[in-house]
Write a protein that binds this ligand. Structure first.
Ligand code: UD2
Ligand code: MN
Length: 616
C-alpha cells in the first residue's frame, strides 16, 4: 500500500521549494544572468563577499563591523624615528614636481578623487615632523596627571589612505598612550575599492589600538559619528576629520579643560594643511560665528579677548564651532542628545551642536594650546546619493528646532528653503524641552552679542564695545614687494603682458615687444614680486593658473589671494636656466610658443629654452 503524504511533509516540501526559488533569484540578481561577470561585477561581488567576513578583532564586542579581505596593494613603510623628516616648503615643492605623464596621471586622479595633492601626500609617507605652532607659553606647561581616557572617532568616506594613515601615526606618536583608549575609524561605506582595503589591511596589521567599523550603508558624516560614538568606551569622545595631523601635546590641554568642567566642549585651533603642497601652516586665533544664511564663518576675536595679556594660552569662548574637530565627555555627548539623526551627509550639524551646547547649559571653548592641522579643500570630492542640498535641509532643521522667532531671518535669506522638506523634528523639539534649554534670544544676547540682525547695523547688544563682525573674517596681509621689473623670455627678449589689459580678471598672458618702462604711466609690462612669491601685474592682479588639474593649463591674471599656492611662483635655477615653478600645479611657466602673440602655459619642468625667464 502506498503511504499517503502527511500535511507536515507537504509544508516542509513547499518550504524547501520556496527557499530554492529565492536562492536562485538572488543569484540571478547578483549576476544579472550574465554568463561571464564583467570586471566591475567581479570586483563588486568580491566586495560584497568580503563584507560578510566578520572582523575577528571586533567580534564579540557587539560591533557591527566587517573586515574587507580583498587583496590590495599593501601599504607599508620603513619607519625610523630618528629619520623623521621635517618637510619644509622647498622640500615639499620639490616633491610636487610633475616629472612625467605617470606623475601627471597620479596627480590628476588624486585631485579628482580626494580634492588635494595625493602625489605629495603619498611621497611624504606616514610620518613627518611638524612646526610647533603654539604660543611659546604653551610649551613650558607640564601637565598634571589626567585621569580621563579618550575614544577618538574618525569618520571617512573615500579618504586617501596615505593621508589617513599619516594622521593615525601623528596621533599615536604625539599622544601619551594611556590617554587613548581606542581609535575608532568609521568607514562610511567608501566606494573606492582601494580605500577600505588598504586602510583596513594596514590597520589590522600594524595598529592594534585602531578599530575599523563600517556603516551598513552610506550614512553621511553626522549619523556616521553617532554610529562611531556608540562603539566607543572611553570617557571622552574626540571627533576628528579624516585628513588631519595632530601637533605636539594636542590632547592634554583639551582633556585638562574637560576634567575641570565636564560640560565644557573644547576645540583645538585648526591649523592649515595646504591642499596643493601639504605644507603645515599656523592659523590665526579666531573664533566661530555664523551668518543668517546659517553658514559657519570665522571671525575676529572681540576686543576683550584681543586685549587679554594671556591671549594665546588661555581658553577662548566661541559662539560656534567649525564642526570637525572637538572633544567632550562621552556621557555628556549622549545626555545632550548626540546629533540630529534626521540630518543627511554634510552640513549644519556644527551650528546645531553649538547652539545646543550653549542654550542647554554647556560651554564651547577654543583651546589655543591645542593645535591640529586639517586639509582645507576647495571642494568636497564626494557626492550625495540623493543629489539634494543637504546643508539647506539640515540648516532648516536647525532653524525650526533652535532659532525660535529668529528663524525668519534664515528663511528670508534662503527663500529656496521654503520648498524643502526637512522631515520631522518633533524628537529634537522634545529634547530641547527635556533639557530645559534657554531661548535663542538668550543665546544671542549673552553668547553672541556681536551678531548683527539683517538690515540692522547694530550688534544685538548695542552697548557692547566689541566691533561689529564683518561678513567674512579676513586675514588680509599687506603685500610686501621685494622687487619689480619686466618678466622676460630670455632667448627672444620678449616681455610678458596681459592679452587684454591690466584690469581684466581671467585674461591670459601673452608675449609682446618690450615697452619702455621708463616712460611714465607704462605699467602694462611691469611686474611686482611679493615676499610671498606672488607676481602682480601693475600691482593689481596676480599671476595664477587656471586649473591645477588635468590637461593643458594656461597662466591667467586673477584677483590676488591671501593664501593659496596657485599664485605662488618660485624661481629655480638649474644649469644656468631660471624657471618659474608653480607648486600648485607642480609645473613650470612655459612659452607656447615664444613669439609675439604666443601664450604662457604650464608644462613639465625641463631645461628647455621655452621655460627660461628672468626679471629685469
Ligand atoms: C566642515 C567640518 C566637518 C563638518 C562639516 C559640516 C572642519 C575641519 N570640518 O567641513 O567636520 O562639520 O564642516 O558638516 O571643521 N564624511 C563621511 N561621510 C560622508 C561625508 C563625509 O564620513 O558622507 C567624512 C569625511 O570623509 C571627513 C568628514 O566626514 O572626514 C568631514 O567631511 P569634510 O572634510 O568633507 O568636511 P569639511 O572639512 O569640508
Ligand atoms: Mn575636512
Amino acid at each position: 500500500m502506498r503511504r499517503r503524504l502527511s500535511p507536515k511533509c507537504c509544508v516542509f516540501g513547499i518550504g524547501i521549494l520556496i527557499i530554492l526559488w529565492m536562492t536562485f533569484n538572488l543569484a540571478r540578481w547578483e549576476w544579472k544572468l550574465s554568463p561571464e561577470p564583467s570586471h566591475s561585477q567581479r570586483l563588486s561581488l568580491r566586495a560584497r563577499k568580503s563584507l560578510l567576513v566578520k572582523n575577528p578583532r571586533t567580534q564579540g564586542q557587539g560591533l557591527q563591523s566587517f573586515s574587507v579581505v580583498r587583496h590590495c596593494e599593501e601599504l607599508s613603510e620603513v619607519f625610523n624615528k630618528a629619520l623623521v623628516k621635517r618637510y619644509n616648503q622647498s622640500l615639499l615643492y620639490s616633491l610636487g614636481v610633475v616629472s612625467d605623464p605617470d606623475d601627471q596621471r597620479a596627480r590628476d586622479e588624486g585631485y579628482q578623487k580626494f580634492a588635494f595633492n595625493a602625489l605629495i601626500s603619498n611621497k611624504i609617507g606616514f610620518h613627518r615632523a611638524l612646526p610647533d605652532t603654539r604660543d611659546s607659553r604653551c610649551r613650558d606647561v607640564t601637565f598634571p596627571s589626567i585621569h580621563l581616557d579618550t575614544s577618538i572617532v574618525i569618520c571617512y568616506h573615500n579618504e586617501l589612505p596615505s593621508a589617513l594613515l599619516r594622521m593615525l601615526h601623528s596621533i599615536l606618536d604625539r599622544t601619551p598612550e594611556e590617554l587613548i583608549r581606542e581609535i575608532i575609524l568609521v568607514d562610511d561605506s567608501s566606494t573606492l575599492d582601494e580605500v577600505s582595503c588598504q586602510i583596513e589591511a594596514y590597520v589590522n596589521q600594524h595598529l592594534p589600538k585602531v578599530k575599523v567599523v563600517r556603516t551598513p550603508e552610506r550614512q553621511g558624516l553626522i549619523r556616521a559619528r553617532v554610529y562611531g560614538a556608540h562603539h566607543a568606551k572611553g570617557e571622552v569622545l574626540v571627533f576628528l576629520d579624516s585628513h588631519c595631523e595632530v601637533n605636539t601635546d594636542w590632547l592634554e590641554p583639551l582633556l585638562l579643560r574637560i576634567s575641570h568642567d565636564p560640560t565644557t566642549v573644547v576645540v583645538p585651533v585648526i591649523d592649515i594643511i595646504n591642499q596643493d603642497t601639504m605644507e603645515y601652516q599656523s592659523s590665526p586665533l579666531v573664533r566661530g560665528g555664523f551668518n543668517w544664511g546659517l553658514h559657519f564663518r570665522w571671525e575676529q576675536l572681540p576686543d576683550s579677548d584681543r586685549k587679554d595679556p594671556d591671549l594665546g594660552s588661555k581658553p577662548i569662548q566661541s559662539p560656534t564651532m567649525a564642526g570637525g574637530l572637538f572633544a567632550m565627555r562621552r556621557d555628556y555627548f549622549h545626555r545632550l542628545g548626540e546629533y540630529d539623526l534626521g540630518m543627511d551627509i554634510w552640513g549644519g550639524e556644527n551650528l546645531e551642536i553649538s547652539f545646543r551646547i550653549w542654550m542647554c547649559g554647556g560651554r564651547l571653548e577654543i583651546i589655543p594650546c591645542s593645535r591640529v592641522g586639517h586639509i582645507f579643500r576647495k571642494r568636497r570630492p564626494y557626492g550625495n546619493p540623493a543629489g539634494s542640498d543637504t546643508l539647506l535641509k539640515n540648516s532648516l532643521r536647525v532653524a525650526h528646532v533652535w532659532m525660535d522667532e529668529y528663524k525668519k531671518y534664515f528663511l528670508n535669506q534662503r527663500p529656496q528653503a521654503n520648498n524643502v522638506d526637512y522631515g520631522d523634528v518633533s524628537d529634537r523639539v522634545s529634547l530641547r524641552k527635556r533639557l530645559s534649554c534657554k531661548s535663542f534670544q538668550w543665546y544671542l544676547k549673552h553668547i553672541y552679542p556681536e551678531q548683527i540682525l539683517p538690515n540692522d547695523t547694530k550688534p544685538v547688544k548695542s552697548d557692547t564695545h566689541h566691533q561689529a563682525t564683518k561678513a567674512k573674517f579676513s586675514m588680509k596681509k599687506t603685500r610686501v614687494i621685494v622687487r619689480h621689473g619686466r618678466l622676460k623670455h630670455v632667448s627672444t627678449n620678449l616681455c610678458v603682458q596681459s592679452e587684454k589689459d591690466i584690469y581684466t580678471k581671467k585674461a591670459l598672458l601673452t608675449f609682446a615687444e618690450c615697452d619702455d618702462v621708463s616712460l611714465s604711466g607704462q605699467k602694462a609690462q611691469l611686474w611686482f614680486e611679493t615676499v610671498d612669491n606672488q607676481l602682480m601685474l601693475a600691482q593689481l592682479l596676480c599671476l595664477d593658473v587656471e586649473s591645477a588639474m588635468a590637461g593643458k593649463s594656461y597662466a591667467r591674471l586673477m584677483k590676488c589671494q591671501d593664501s593659496g599656492s596657485s599664485q605662488t611662483w618660485t624661481w629655480t635655477s638649474k644649469n644656468g636656466f631660471s624657471h618659474l615653478y608653480n607648486p600648485a600645479s607642480g609645473k613650470c611657466l612655459t612659452a607656447t610658443p615664444p613669439r609675439v602673440g604666443g601664450y604662457l602655459s604650464l608644462g613639465l619642468c625641463t631645461e628647455s629654452e621655452d621655460q627660461h625667464f628672468l626679471m629685469s
